[in-house]
Design a protein. Structure first.
Length: 371
């Protein structure tokens, strides 16, 4: 097999590792030499680094992004069983965290252009909500100014799992009172396993998150409140610190790759290309095009050609067996449902080459012509 026909992955984690391997190895050696694996200095250092990167006062590490969302929701002490507005077009973890925190998901459809939570639909559902949980999907922020105006006194919790480094009107991803993110390996800033974090400017919320995520304990064997075990470990923090130093350059490379796809696929009538919303500085966690018909056949053709395309997300939250009670079946959220039928995610990562992108685009155009 030649380089020209080598498989192109959806995300190339090995290429990212090659850039940080020396730093990670040295960091692992230091941790292993000290034996401090949990609640050690590397996690504290990463928390400080990521807080500074995000322009916030506090970053509290967690075991994963779903826990981070639950911790953020619990810290707000919302009324038990209260409704939390969130988009139907999201990964199921957003709704899981709401339920795990003793709250109720109130799903809202997406806007048809950017597939982010639709403020108009959120306004319709607002009477059923005690809080709003917008999702910064695909690498860009939801329309935060409109959502904050809509929320009034209701707290806004942001799901920033796909938006590390994204900005809107020059501001980072913390517009509301508290935000959560995931460092799952495939994220723009990914660990070598699961990890997550909560971001806030509120000292009290940060303290509550840290306490709850450490068994409700501020002192050993003294448990001040109900909690659970959700702590970032030192080895994941080593990886994240090494990658964080490169994240601005990696996000810039993602923007360049997205611009290249825009050029390569411009004028293809069968496709709707993704775009950034007003005021957004996109970080292109995903590059998902919309295929008008025959999406699954096109995906099969790409995979057969060695191109690791994918689908995010083929079944909306309200049509998942575990969450059907939160919608009214097919047709409840038509924009999210149409996106689930049409979206096709193309390979995009900082190390992707122009030649690889050209091959992806040419193969995609041929597959569209054969439908």
């Amino acid at each position: 097999m030649t380089t020209a026909d080598a498989p192109i992955p959806l995300v190339d984690l090995r290429a990212a590792h090659a850039e940080v391997a020396e730093d990670v190895r040295a960091g692992f050696d230091r941790v292993l030499a000290t034996g401090a694996y949990v609640k050690g200095p590397v996690v504290a250092g990463f928390e400080a680094d990521y807080a500074a990167f995000s322009g916030v006062r506090h970053c509290v590490g967690a075991a994963n992004g779903t826990d981070a969302l639950e911790l953020a929701l619990r810290a707000l002490a919302l009324p038990a069983g209260g409704g939390v507005l969130l988009p139907a077009n999201t990964f199921v973890a957003t709704a899981e965290a709401v339920l795990r925190a003793g709250l109720r998901p109130v799903l809202v459809d997406a806007d048809p252009e950017h597939l982010l939570i639709d403020p108009a639909r959120a306004a319709d559902a607002l009477p059923a909500a005690v809080a709003l949980l917008p999702v910064h999907l695909g690498g860009q922020l939801a329309p935060m100014r409109e959502l904050l105006a809509l929320a009034g006194d209701r707290p806004v919790i942001e799901d920033g799992a796909q938006s590390q480094g994204a900005r809107q009107e020059g501001r980072s991803g913390l517009w509301g009172r508290i935000a959560a993110t995931s460092f799952y390996p495939g994220k723009n800033l990914g660990a070598y396993g699961d990890a997550g974090a909560v971001l806030t400017d509120d000292d009290g919320l940060a303290a509550a998150v840290r306490l709850t995520g450490d068994h409700g304990s501020g002192r050993k064997y003294v448990h001040e409140r109900f909690g659970f075990n959700s702590r970032m470990d030192e080895l994941q923090a080593v990886v994240l610190r090494a990658k964080l130093r490169r994240l601005p350059a990696w996000n810039a490379a993602r923007r360049a790759a997205a611009a290249r796809y825009h050029e390569l696929l411009a004028g293809v009538d069968a496709l709707t290309l993704p775009s950034a919303g007003p005021g957004n500085e996109h970080v292109w966690h995903l590059y998902a095009v919309r295929v008008g018909r025959g999406r699954d056949e096109v995906l099969a053709a790409l995979l057969a050609a060695g191109i690791g395309a994918g689908i995010h997300y083929p079944v909306p939250v309200h049509l998942q067996p575990a969450f059907r009670e939160f919608g009214d079946g097919e047709g409840s959220f038509p924009v999210a449902e149409r996106a689930a039928r049409e979206l096709l995610t193309l390979p995009l990562y900082p190390q992707i080459t122009p030649a690889q992108q050209t091959r992806v685009a040419e193969t995609l155009i041929k597959a569209l012509a054969r439908r």
